[in-house]
Structure formats: C-alpha cells, structure tokens
Design a protein around this ligand. Structure first.
Ligand code: GLA
Length: 380
C-alpha cells in the first residue's frame, strides 16, 4: 500500500501508558467521533504498549490481556471500525516490547497474521531489546515483508527513535513512517529539543516514508503518562504548527474524552491540518533569512512549503525564551521583483489577511510562538 499523507489519529501512550483497557479505547473511539476529530481527518486509533498477556499462547500467538480486554482484541477492533475509524496496534522488533511484554522478534509472520485477523490497519513497531547480533534494518524489513504479505493493508509505523542512522535505511524496510526522534514529554523543553533535532533530518521525510516526530502532547496540560510540566496554549500551537509544517504524522496524545476548548481549537484548526495533509506532499524548505544575525538560527527559523494549489505556506517559528523579529523576502519564495506578483498572507491562527506590499515581510513573534500563513500569489 502507499501512504500518501502523514497519518492522523490518536495513540494511547501519552495519556494512559500501561493503564489501557477496552473501556478506555472504546470511550476514546466515541470521543474521536463526537469531538469532530474523525471528521477533521484523525482516523487511526492506536493502542500502544502493554495490551497483551505477558506470555504468548500455547500456539505461539500473541493474546490480549483478558483483564484489560475481556472480550478480546477482535471485539475492540470491530467496535473501532463500527465508528468509521481505523484500528492500530503496537509491537516491537525485539523479543520484548519496551514495557517487557512479548515482542515480535522471530514471530514476525505469525504476528502479522494475528494482526490481520483482528482487523488491524496500522502497526507501530518499537525497537527495545532488539538483538545486537542483527541489524536494525533487517529487523524492520522482516516485519515490513510480513505485513506486505499478510493479506491486509496495514500501515507500518517504525519506531527506532532515529538511532543507528535510521534515516538512511528505514525507507527500504517497508515502513510508511519512521520515528526520527526520542520520546516526547509534555513540556516545552521536550518540544523544542525534538524540533531542533529534526531540522537537519527534515529532508529525509517523503511520501510513503514520513518522518515521525512522535505523538502530540497538545492538550495534556501536565496530566497523563508522558506528562511533565505541561505547556501553554501558545506553546501547544507552536508544537502543532511545527509538526504540521514538517509533515509529521499528527497522532493526538491527550485524553480526548475530556478535551479543553483550547486543545480542540488547536487540534481541529482545518487550515493547519490542510498544510500537513497537502496533496503535493512537498517537504518544507528553510527560507533564507539573510543577515538576521540578531536571531539564533537554532531557535528562530522560517519555513516555506509549496502547496498543491499554488499557494505557499510560510511558518515563522521562535523557540527562544524572548520575543524576536523575523522576516522573509518574496525573492526567496519565487517572486522576483519583475514578476508583478505579490502575496496575500492569510494568518491561519488569527484569520487575518495582509497584502505583502514590500519585498520583505517582517513581524514580531512571541517567545515560544509562531506565525503561520497560507500565502496566495496575486497580481500587484
Ligand atoms: C518507546 C516508544 C514510545 C512508547 C513506549 C511504550 O519508548 O518510543 O513511543 O511506545 O516505548 O513502551
């Protein structure tokens, strides 16, 4: 199968960690529909680690923990599908998962068959306890080939955290997305460090093998398994805009059964989602920021992205602890002076339109903030 757009959905880990259950999953499925998340494009509901028994069954197959999932996993998958959602699960390239449940090493084909029989549509595949005698590339390819031959379309989500130069080999394993960073936590420091680590690796993202910057922490506000200090809505907006801009999958991690209005407004912003999901699938490029020597390039950057309909998405990001002034030039967006064209800058967060009447556009961006525009080319 070909995955042409970054997958969107919800994953259980950030909020629930090991405390996952049939009840949590089914009520989260309800919430995905009731909160408008499915309608906005969030279609995958993914159960992360800690869903199985501690040992395989006598037939060598993985079995759901009967205390957490008393009706078995097919029942849960059927419920998720009945809501119009797609169903995702989790395993690991090692003999154990990160939380020490059975992993798929040397069981790749039987596990792919089990997942297919349950109706799984998406598999997140972790890298803990992988045998050091095998190359990561070969371990991921084992599951890639098993899934491609299991008789069901299953999105393959590799999760080796970018280690061992994952970016060089992941596309050849059959993965449709690959974790390019370590685990996220609900703090501004975590968001910033993932974003910065991603800057040089951004170019490795592509259709059918998207860089995965990890699940979103938007709306956690310091609660849940991956919680730390929590963030402000301004910081969550910057986080969401960056993930969207850099074509990362948008996998929500907060408790969607109890979402705040602030989180809803961020996660459901259709224009930011549209940038992430744009059909051209072009990666972002860093817009030359001339001699903006007063800003630290590791904390302050401007991205552009060419959209399928001819628009240009422009994101000005300020990860620094103080406000800064950022700018971009029409020249660096394909609009040389003699073209007789300029841009109408539509701010996707405020809804305001501004005509760019100079060669250079400049604006203040608050600490930990961003400005994101969808720019339309017009006659001057
Ligand atoms: C690793 C992954 C996380 C999560 C946990 C589960 O740390 O990177 O995203 O899946 O394992 O144990």
């Amino acid at each position: 199968m070909i995955v042409t757009r970054p997958p969107m959905g919800w994953n259980s880990w950030n909020t629930f960690g090991p405390d996952i259950s049939e009840e949590v999953v089914m009520r989260s499925a309800d919430a995905m529909v009731e909160n408008g998340l499915l309608a906005a494009g969030y279609e995958y509901l993914v159960i992360d680690d800690c869903w199985s028994k501690r040992v395989r069954g006598a037939d060598g197959r993985l079995e759901a923990d009967p205390e957490k999932f008393p009706h078995g996993m097919k029942y849960v998958a059927d419920y998720v599908h009945s809501k119009g959602l797609k169903f995702g699960m989790y395993s690991c390239a090692g003999p154990l998962t990160c939380a020490r449940y059975p992993g798929s090493f040397d069981h790749e084909f039987v596990d792919a068959a089990t997942f297919a029989a349950w109706g799984v549509d998406y598999l997140k595949y972790d890298y803990c306890f992988h045998p050091s005698t095998r190359r990561g590339e070969d371990l991921y390819r084992r599951m890639g080939v098993a899934l491609a031959n299991c008789g069901r379309d299953i999105v393959f989500s590799g999760c080796s955290w970018g280690v061992e130069d994952t970016k060089q080999w992941m596309a050849g394993t059959g993965c449709h997305l690959w974790r390019s960073t370590g685990d996220i936590h609900d703090s501004w420091a975590s968001i910033r460090s993932i974003a910065q680590a991603q800057l040089p690796d951004q170019i490795y993202g592509r259709i059918n093998c998207f860089n995965d910057m990890d699940m979103l922490v938007v709306g956690m506000y310091g609660k849940g398994h991956a919680a730390l200090t929590g963030c402000t809505d301004e910081e969550y907006r910057t986080h969401f805009s960056l993930w969207a801009f850099l074509s990362s999958p948008l996998m929500i991690g907060c408790d969607i059964r109890n979402m705040s209005e602030g989180a809803r407004a961020i996660l459901l912003n259709p224009e930011v989602i549209a940038i992430n999901q744009d059909g051209a699938g072009r990666m972002a490029f860093r817009i030359y920021d001339g001699n903006a020597g007063w800003n630290d390039p590791a904390q302050s950057f401007v991205f552009g992205r060419l959209m399928e309909n001819g628009d240009i998405a422009i994101g000005l990001f300020n990860l620094a602890d103080g406000a800064c002034c950022q700018h971009f030039a029409a020249e660096n967006l394909g609009l040389a002076v003699g073209t007789g064209r300029t841009l109408v800058l539509h701010d996707v967060w405020s809804g305001e339109d501004t005509v760019m009447d100079n060669e250079i556009f400049q604006c203040d961006v608050p600490a930990h903030g961003c400005r994101v525009f969808r720019a339309r080319v017009v006659e001057r």
